[in-house]
Write a protein that binds this ligand. Structure first.
Ligand code: 5GP
Length: 125
């Protein structure tokens, strides 16, 4: 079920539980601002999720309320993971779903990082 990105942050969402260590994840990278882990249901050969450590529902919430330091940390983490995983030379895709039209299901901001092969058209037709 897509979420409503204008609702208050739900501290019991699945990624909040992963951040607190209550649910395991297959970790790829972690620093002060971000955590990256493999998606449980990969849609490409490489499908990694990068999440900020702060409590932000969506890209909208994050871009409006996060500090410059948090935003820089998150963006740099996405770039770091892509480089570290060797995705840059062949290319990759970064995607964030926001709300109903975007099909967002987990109400904690996450960037999907796809790679490992040609990814096809940007949107399903
Ligand atoms: P959204 O549709 O919200 O943009 O994407 C949510 C993503 O989170 C989906 O790709 C889904 O497979 C992934 N996901 C949902 N629950 C878990 C989980 O418990 N662990 C991991 N690693 N990924 C999850």
């Amino acid at each position: 079920m897509p979420i409503d990105p204008t609702e208050a942050y739900d501290p019991d969402n699945i990624f909040a539980k992963i951040l607190r260590g209550e649910i395991p994840c297959n970790k790829v990278y972690e620093d002060d601002h971000a955590l990256a882990f493999h998606d449980i249901n990969p849609q490409a050969d490489v499908h990694i999720l990068v999440i900020p450590k702060g409590a932000y529902v969506s890209w909208d919430d994050f871009s409006a309320k996060a500090s410059n330091e948090e935003i820089a940390g998150f963006v740099r983490a996405v770039g770091h993971v892509a480089r570290d995983r060797g995705l840059v030379v062949r290319g990759y895709r970064v995607l964030a779903n926001i709300g109903r039209n975007g099909g967002q299901e987990v109400p904690h901001l996450h960037a999907h990082l796809f790679g490992g092969g040609p990814l096809g058209p940007m949107l399903a037709r």
